[in-house]
Design a protein around this ligand. Structure first.
Ligand SMILES: O=C(O)CCC(=O)C(=O)O
Ligand SMILES: [Mn+2]
Length: 216
């Protein structure tokens, strides 16, 4: 058996390994892209995309909103999950069934069975928007993976290690790609390089990222 066969055995769906428990599922969201984007428009109509302020007083260049029981938010007082959108005073829009299904399928394809997200952070990037290196660590259940869906303009995902100073791999992400990381990789640092202006047929000069988590 060649090493390629061994690799295929490890990830029967043809996932691309970027860590012991981290994969890129190329094009995994493509069949659902239009439906996902329509749902994002509906969510953003009720819970508008906004630029959050960090506890340090910086305004994030990524515009964000949420759907699901819990939404990630930030202000001068800190980062946290909230059941209420602080902008509207209302609960976040419900998570569409197609989101829950896709996140669960992608997690299972990456080796994490039974993933049911209760939070979906929706990130909008324009040319020049970046997301600095960080860990996703505001969730109670670090046993659940992160499922991250890319739509629209391409981006370069930085995938580092458990320590902030660890070297980072540059992972090109295209419309429809899904990244899943969990287990021993759950707290790896990651970020997104400033986006180039490479308009996409469906989304023009925008990139939408859906980050699914089990937060509560
Ligand atoms: O946009 C991405 O690909 C990553 C988003 C992310 O890491 C986050 O929202 O925490
Ligand atoms: Mn993150």
């Amino acid at each position: 058996m060649s090493t390629l066969d061994l690799f295929a055995d490890e990830h029967p769906t043809g996932a691309e390994s970027i860590g012991p428990q981290s994969v890129v599922l190329r094009g995994h969201a493509l069949p659902h892209a239009v439906q996902l984007l329509e749902a994002v428009e509906g969510i953003a109509a009720r819970a508008p995309l906004r630029h959050l302020v960090t506890p340090g007083g910086f305004t994030m260049s990524v515009a964000m909103t949420n759907c699901g029981a819990l939404g990630w938010t930030s202000d001068r007082r800190g980062y946290r999950y909230s059941a209420i959108d602080p902008l509207s005073g209302q609960p976040w829009p419900a998570m569409p069934a197609v989101f829950v299904r896709l996140a669960g399928e992608a997690a299972a394809a990456a080796g994490f069975d039974g993933f049911v997200p209760d939070a979906c952070l929706i990130n909008q990037y324009l040319p020049g928007t970046r997301l600095s290196l960080h860990q996703d660590r505001d969730e109670h259940d670090l046993g659940a993976p992160i499922v991250s869906v890319s739509l629209g303009m391409p981006a370069t995902f930085l995938f580092g290690g458990l320590a902030r100073t660890d070297s980072t791999a540059r992972v090109p992400l295209q419309h429809g790609d899904v990244v899943v990381w969990g287990g021993v990789d759950r707290l790896r640092h990651h970020g997104v390089l400033p986006l180039k202006d490479q308009p996409h047929p469906l989304l023009g000069g925008r990139r939408i990222n859906l980050t699914f988590r089990k937060a509560g």
